[in-house]
Design a protein around this ligand. Structure first.
Ligand code: NAD
Length: 491
């Protein structure tokens, strides 16, 4: 088989799978285009049933030895894995920018350091996962976290490197072996991850990468009965399909899904600070699950807030994500451009008022203007649906109860932002039904903290101990404190 290597702006990257420590070409492949300029980047392998089977088998075979290494034995491997990412940091940054349109500046300063930390932090944290002991009058309970087995990891295109390592870190650190299915619209940095794992000397089969479409390769993977866990980040419709497939074999799933998070601005908020943060919602062209895309602003400060936000939006630099000055890059795919534009057009046709944006940006075919819509009703499509583009909505409220009702008035519950006097904002945040909410800030993520959504935004939590709760089988070894006498009367 042809083991071709793509040359992407001078970076050599394999378009093939990585199974059992070796590159494996697909019998079929698909075309991959850059969102920056629609350039054909090459053809990427599509994972067949036999290749998915081989990847799961390799992971299964590698599992006993990897699990037996213990957290201390696995830590040096994962530290080396992180070092390899660091050694090729520039390649990872430029490749994901080219492939997924992620801002180069964000790759350099945010994503790559975080990807490394995702491996080293969880490798370190796994050392604390030795036996925990619960003493009762009757017994000593030695509670262990045993690795579960083969884990399928499925990630979306908006943050492939960040999200893949976010799951790989704890899954591998706790002794599982993995099959990663990268997003087909941005698969290349996950291929580079396989190279980094290989160079770091991860034993064959511990990490396998199978490229391909969701409906093809992804669906094949999640219906494999040998899986012990499925960790998925992506959209609600896909989550439903995955949960159904997993249900057939009762495989536990962690589902990190979409959002429609509220950005609440109270009357006592720092309006300039709130506006500066609101402008960040356009970053990555709004393709950020945790963005606060529904601006809910107290009616007495709405005009001031809109003026302050407008001033910032007018200065936003839309353009090539590889330019360090760019703040708003492209939309991932022509289909996604159509989808986002469709939401805006339908909202305007339905009577929404366009405060700015609303159309394609001159910079190129896959660039949209930062957009703000108002004059909306809570049940409008644009208020209820995740748009995943540079589109914000603005609604006003007269008091806290109304703010909470609007914030809670969608099927989603991922994140949230609340600007206001700290005690006031914190009290209000307690009433917002969501997985997490930032007070007078945005985007502070700590690996020790839980992450995930409620309602349609997901099932389960990852992060810190929550990742290990998901990726491990908890076992209680019970040692009685007094001699045990078998009796039918005994509980
Ligand atoms: P998507 O659901 O279309 O695809 C995500 C992944 O699932 C891709 O790798 C895809 O190939 C795969 N997939 C698709 N169908 C499948 C199937 N039947 N079986 C198995 N795998 C399948 O999502 P997307 O468009 O790539 O990403 C955008 C979505 O991800 C948005 O809804 C966004 O909010 C969400 N997201 C959530 C978080 C979070 O942490 N909660 C983070 C980033 C993105």
């Amino acid at each position: 088989m042809d083991h071709s290597v793509l040359d992407i702006d001078g970076i050599a990257v394999s378009p093939d799978h990585y199974i059992d420590g070796r590159r494996v070409a697909g019998e079929e492949s698909f075309e991959l285009f850059s969102p920056i300029d629609q350039r054909l980047l090459g053809r990427v392998s599509e994972g067949s049933s036999a290749q998915v089977d081989a990847a799961v088998r390799a992971a299964q075979q590698a599992f006993p030895a990897w699990a037996a290494l213990g957290a201390a034995g696995r830590k040096p491997c994962l530290d080396r894995f992180a070092e390899e990412i660091g050694r090729r940091a520039d390649d990872f940054c430029r490749l994901e920018s080219r492939d997924a349109g992620v801002l180069l500046s964000r790759m350099r300063h945010g994503v790559v350091p975080r990807a490394m930390l995702n491996l080293t932090w969880f490798a370190q944290h796994a050392l604390t996962l030795q036996d925990r002991v619960i003493e009762t009058a009757q017994a000593q309970h030695q509670v262990r976290h045993d690795p579960a087995g083969v884990v399928a990891i499925i990630t979306p295109w908006n943050a492939p490197l960040m999200l893949s390592t976010w799951k790989l870190g704890p899954a591998l650190a706790s002794g599982n072996t993995c099959v990663l299915k990268p997003p087909e619209w941005a698969p290349l940095t996950c291929s580079l991850l396989a190279d980094a794992a290989h160079a770091a000397g991860l034993p064959p089969g511990v990490l396998n990468v199978v490229q391909g479409s969701g409906a093809g390769t992804g669906a094949r993977l999640v219906s494999d009965e040998r899986l012990a866990r499925i960790s998925f980040t992506g959209s609600v419709p896909t989550a439903r399909r995955i949960a159904q497939a997993a249900g057939a074999h009762l495989v536990p799933c962690s589902l990190e899904l979409g959002g429609k998070s509220a950005f609440i601005v109270l009357e006592d908020a720092d309006i300039d600070g709130a506006a500066a943060t609101a402008a960040l919602m356009y970053r990555n062209a709004g393709q950020v699950c945790l963005a606060g895309t529904r601006l809910l602003v107290h009616e007495r400060v709405a005009d001031r807030f809109v003026a302050a936000l407008r001033a910032r939006v007018e200065r936003l630099v839309v353009g090539d994500p590889r330019d360090e000055a760019t703040e708003v890059g492209p939309i991932i795919h022509p289909r996604q451009v159509e989808r986002v534009q469709g939401f805006v057009d339908r909202a305007v046709a339905g009577g929404a008022e366009l405060l700015w944006g609303g159309a394609r940006h001159d910079f190129g075919a896959q660039y949209l203007q930062p957009t703000l819509l108002t004059g909306l009703h809570q049940d409008d499509e644009i208020v209820q649906s995740e748009v995943f583009g540079p589109v914000l909505t603005l609604q006003t409220f007269a008091g806290d109860d109304e703010a909470v009702a609007l914030a809670n008035g969608t099927d989603y519950g991922l994140g949230g932002i609340c600007y206001g006097e700290t005690a006031h904002a914190t009290a209000l945040a307690q009433q917002v039904r969501t997985g997490f909410i930032w007070i007078n800030s945005f985007g502070i993520r700590d690996l020790a903290a839980p992450f995930g959504g409620i309602k349609r935004s997901g099932i389960g939590r990852e992060g810190g101990d929550w990742s290990f709760e998901f990726f491990c089988d908890v076992k209680d070894i019970v040692l009685p404190k007094a001699p045990f006498h078998a009796s039918f009367a005994h509980r």
